[in-house]
Ligand binder design. Sequence first.
Ligand code: SF4
Length: 439
Amino acid sequence: MPARSYHVETLGCPKNQVDSEKLTGRLVADGLIEASEPTDADVVVVNTCAFIDEARQESIDTILALADVRREGSRLVVTGCMAERYGDELAAELPEVDAVVGFGQSLLGPGVIATGAAPPSLSVPVLLRPRVGTAGGELVAGVPDFDLLNLPRPAASAPWAYVKIAEGCDRACGFCAIPSFRGPQRSRTPESILAEVDQLGAQEIVLVAQDLASYGRDQGVGERGLVPLVGAVAERVARVRLLYLYPSDLTDGLIDAICASGVPYFDLSLQHVSRPLMRRMRRWGDGDRFRARIDDIRRREPEAALRSNFIVGYPGETEEDHDALLRFVTDVELDWCGFFSYSDEEGTYAAGLDGAVPAALVAERLAELRETQDAITEHRRADLIGEAVDVLVDAPGVGRSHREAPEIDGIITVPDHLPVGDIVRLTVTGAAGPDLDAD
Ligand code: SF4
């Protein structure tokens, strides 16, 4: 009998991409091969994102598009955050879907897809609470079949790879639904993370988690967990990069460990700077504290690159709050910034707050912030002309220095003949918006 084939479509953030690679590893271990096209696959998997309205719509559009083109007799399986959060609704409203499975449930389990393969072994689940999935349109109670977090994955296909070091989050930010469906934080052991790093064989490892700086806290170690982990990964690979740092956990020890890792890149999850609004967001900090920390990082490492994300239009955001954020962005001149409009998430604290900001005003504020930051990014990039940079060649003609996170920031155009995977010292010769040229 010819081997059955799969196609996995991934939406959303880097954390989802890691989950997809692990799911792929699992499907391969169960004897499936990758289909050349989704239209040829026996099993079509959509790993969804439920972050905001736009992401949910994109997930649904993708599911429907694949339902249209998949071949007769194939199975369409939906997993990821939307499956976890809206499993029942998806099952009821999308008859095209054969199965909706939560995190850590087997895509090939009984009643989901019959393959004749041996059932997956039981191990520590990623999610510790019961969930609901569907099989053939019928709702079934689901228990986790395997530990997605610690599941092996294939060797990296690029010179860099994401590694997820923890799942879930113990915080309660007003706007965020993640803790409600990803559950409390569970950190992986350093041994399992380092084994994955070794097996990926990448030059650059990007560590990700919902709340990275809290790594190890659920094991009672906190910062004493992340600092040695960064050091241990840095001993194995040329570069280690950290994404999503909650600012209160950015201790001196962690700043030093990041600077010593070869990638002085700080992705600070700030979200806003107005103190009263931050309290409404149920988050730590304010503009003054953030400035002090950023100044401190730059004092220790003048080459440090900084990124952050901000939410615009959180309920109750006043003109003064917006002006404070605009001033902060203008003054601190971060290298990269993402601005997102607030979206009401069912079941969150913020969804019950008054003071909704009209959509037109949010759009105006967003445009003002983006325009300001684009100009800052552009001039910070242009300032690098003439500087020497160590570039990791990601693909022919394309590379990144420590200042650019993969898939998020700009790129560096490099000579085509440079071997992929090499780290090469080059000189920046030009800049165009977020991107650089180097020779
Ligand atoms: S720290 Fe991040 S994942 Fe956790 S609740 Fe806040 S925004 Fe959500």
